[in-house]
Design a protein around this ligand. Structure first.
Ligand SMILES: Cc1cc2nc3c(=O)[nH]c(=O)nc-3n(C[C@H](O)[C@H](O)[C@H](O)COP(=O)(O)OP(=O)(O)OC[C@H]3O[C@@H](n4cnc5c(N)ncnc54)[C@H](O)[C@@H]3O)c2cc1C
Length: 488
């Protein structure tokens, strides 16, 4: 066992754990981030709508509303420091009847009470001038210009990279199995056989926060997964709106949305269906029907013929429907960060701050680092360069001139950079660079990417996985055939 005693161990490298780690990296303490997957951000955080909510959906009496508002306000600074894709495109909630306009008025008053700036109740003309793609039967709606969109995985990668740059240690493939209290610290054991010690433990294990809490003999509670299916349409799809479009919300859900993604594709969804299976991420044609019926009612030009893929995510909900962020009442120096359903992504920067304050109240001494560096270099993206800029970068590194993913214009140099930062699975590279995320869904570039990973890491192609564990992509026999073909 490593004899070092960390000041803080954070369990789970989703947007919450990553944000807490990055926040703590500004202080003179030792921090370790423990993640069971092969890469960070591979839990709930990788499969969501990427919306930075404005903050009018929940009453200010809930913790999630307070953290949502604070989190929303923090994204400009974070974007400036870390460079992940983020745009404040604004949110529109549409009403199709006088009855629905009453809900719009309620959302507006709630937003005002919550402190959401610059919201507007709009009549038909105004809403159609803001968003000409809307069904012309629209009666009016709510406009919240501070809503935004991000790429959630790039956000987590950037948070973790920044935390590491400032001294945080990251251990992936460390599945926390048990915590034992000894003297004034925790012994944290992993399924893989590794053990670490830490004075404070933060449980931000997403869907599995209930199991982690139990394994530390802390509170017993249940995480109830609420599944959301989403459908992704190609770049410049018909009906692509300028804003994120919401219907008036239901009792437990914000409804089916039409979402322009930050990289120019279009997403519709998510559904909201409770399940008892924490691994159930299948999508069904029946739910595709429901999603498209509701989405095309708001934006008629959307066409399902432009779907390029579908995915599902599971919201980690809890009884009471609020976030559960507080020190354990049963165990010392154990902080619960659980029930982080939507708007968890939006709230995550504020959750980092909030947990830092809890740790301080619980006795952790926090002295600011003099040499904390909040900035990361912004990665080069070939698809965003002008011809002249491209010429310059290719002169420095010809790999920028070799396009591997044609749909998303991703160069070999960008893939090499992703690998050098530890993202050496097919999904890791996809989330870091977007290679394989476009129209052909990797049909053209997958094998090329496998060969680059193999060359850069020395790993045989048949050992490379899609997302860790047993998700191998290619068998030895298939590789031999592919090599033969490539040589011909
Ligand atoms: C379909 C859908 C759409 C959504 N859309 C939005 C949106 O648009 N805007 C918004 O604000 N929010 C949205 N959300 C909510 C948001 O995605 C979540 O609130 C957020 O991602 C939760 O982050 P987390 O860090 O708590 O959990 P996770 O991302 O799941 O992170 C927890 C991590 O802990 C790891 N872990 C689990 N058990 C262990 C263990 N024993 N040992 C070590 N590691 C462990 C997991 O592998 C995981 O990486 C959406 C959610 C869904 C499902």
């Amino acid at each position: 066992m490593n004899s070092q005693i960390y000041d803080v161990a954070i369990i789970g490298a989703g947007c919450c754990g990553a944000s807490i780690a990055r926040k703590l990296s500004a202080y003179e303490i030792s921090v370790v981030l423990l993640e069971k997957c092969v890469d960070v951000g591979f839990g709930v955080t990788k499969a969501n709508s990427g919306i930075i909510h404005a903050g009018f959906h929940h009453p200010i009496t809930s913790l999630k509303a307070r953290l949502e508002i604070r989190g929303n306000l923090m994204f400009d600074q974070l974007h400036y420091e870390l460079g992940f894709p983020f745009k404040r495109v604004g949110i529109i909630v549409v009403a199709f009847s006088v009855e629905e306009m009453k809900t719009i008025e309620h959302l507006y008053s709630q937003g005002v009470a919550n402190g959401v700036p610059r919201m507007e109740i709009c009549g038909r003309e105004r809403i159609l001038s803001l968003e000409p793609q809307l069904n012309s039967d629209v009666v009016g709606g709510l406009y919240a210009p501070t809503g935004g969109i991000i790429e959630p995985y790039r956000y987590v990668f950037a948070l973790v990279e920044s935390a590491q740059k400032n001294g945080v240690e990251v251990k992936t493939q460390f599945t926390v199995e048990q915590g034992i209290r000894e003297k004034d610290y925790w012994i944290v054991k992993s399924k893989e056989g590794e053990t670490i010690k830490a004075r404070y433990v933060v449980n931000s294990a997403g869907l599995f926060a209930d199991e982690v809490s139990k394994s530390f003999d802390a509170e017993l509670f249940e995480i109830i997964p609420r599944k959301g299916e989403e459908f992704l349409l190609q770049r410049n799809a018909k009906g692509l709106p300028n804003h994120v479009i919401f219907p008036v919300p239901g009792a437990h859900t914000k409804g089916i949305l039409v979402i322009p993604t930050v990289e120019g594709t279009l997403m519709v969804g998510p559904t909201a269906i409770e399940t008892d299976d924490k691994y159930d991420v299948e999508t069904t044609s029946q739910n595709l029907e429901t999603v498209f019926m509701q989405a095309t009612y708001m934006v008629p030009a959307i066409s399902r013929r432009e779907i390029i893929t579908s995915f599902a995510g599971l919201r980690p909900t809890m009884k009471g429907n609020d976030f559960y962020i507080e020190p354990s009442k049963k165990q010392p120096h154990f902080i619960q960060v659980a029930g982080i359903q939507s708007p968890g992504l939006t709230a995550s920067p504020a959750i980092g701050d909030y947990v830092k304050d809890i740790l301080k109240q619980e006795g952790l001494q926090l002295i600011e680092k003099k040499d904390f560096d909040p900035f990361l270099p912004h990665p080069i993206k070939v698809r965003e360069l002008s011809f002249e800029e491209l010429e310059k970068v290719v002169e420095k590194d010809p790999k920028y001139g070799h396009i591997v993913c044609r749909c998303e214009s991703v160069s070999e140099a960008e893939i090499v950079e992703a690998i050098s930062k530890g993202h050496a699975t097919l999904d890791g590279i996809k989330f870091y660079t977007r290679a394989g995320m476009g129209r052909c869904q990797g049909a053209f570039c997958t094998y090329k990417i496998l060969k680059i990973i193999s060359r850069e890491t020395g790993m045989p192609v048949e050992k490379i996985t899609k997302r860790g564990d047993n998700s191998w992509i290619i068998s030895q026999r298939l590789q031999a055939l592919a090599d033969e073909k490539a040589e011909r």
